[in-house]
Design a protein. Sequence first.
Length: 246
Amino acid sequence: MAKYIILDTETTGTAESDRVIQLGYIVLGAKEVEVHNEFNSSDVPISYGAMEVHGITQELIEGKPTCVETSAYKRLLELNTEDNYMIIHNAPFDLKMLEKEGFDTQMKVIDTLRVAKHILPDEDAHRLQYFRYKMELYKEEKKEADALGIVVKAHDAIGDVLVLKLLLSKLKLAVSEAYPSENPVEKMVDLTNTPILVKTFRFGKHKGKELAEVAREDAGYLRWMLSSMDNLDDDMRYSINTVLGM
């Protein structure tokens, strides 16, 4: 029977050299729900910017085992099969961090951030905490947290996992409504791997304009973006190529 691993990490920062310092996840699909939540030490010091976000200080992880030595990590390795599903909000970030710890996921991945962007494209934001309030998930989370023995705290790995569990249920329903003839779980996997067509500029001199409009009026600017912007994300690159007919 397939298992569903809803996961989040907290890290020393977001740079290439940063590492995992908290691993939290819930395992669904078995007879009993598993809850794993462990802090771990790292040779990389926690940046002050990261501390501001998650509140984890050096003192909290001092003397802790490394990530790969934790029982949470070892159990994650046992779960890492093609039959299981990994659910993460903004999966590339957490998966990249786990890769630094030697973890190479074999599971099917559902990125709820990408699914939300596909299914709810007109939202002002797609951050987890945004949906926590917009969808009123906070009204449901205490009962769920009490049942699982989880303390809800914004930007804490296991607290975010609980919110993500509630968001996943909402997204599954939305996907079922949008694609009634398809399995919603498999469709979320498919959407995770499907490029997002960005319709409107949210930055730069054309902010607020439709990409198709800019393609007609200032195609040279779009070509410049493709050739010169190293930090252009994959979805924007895909969208520009689409509107330019490339």
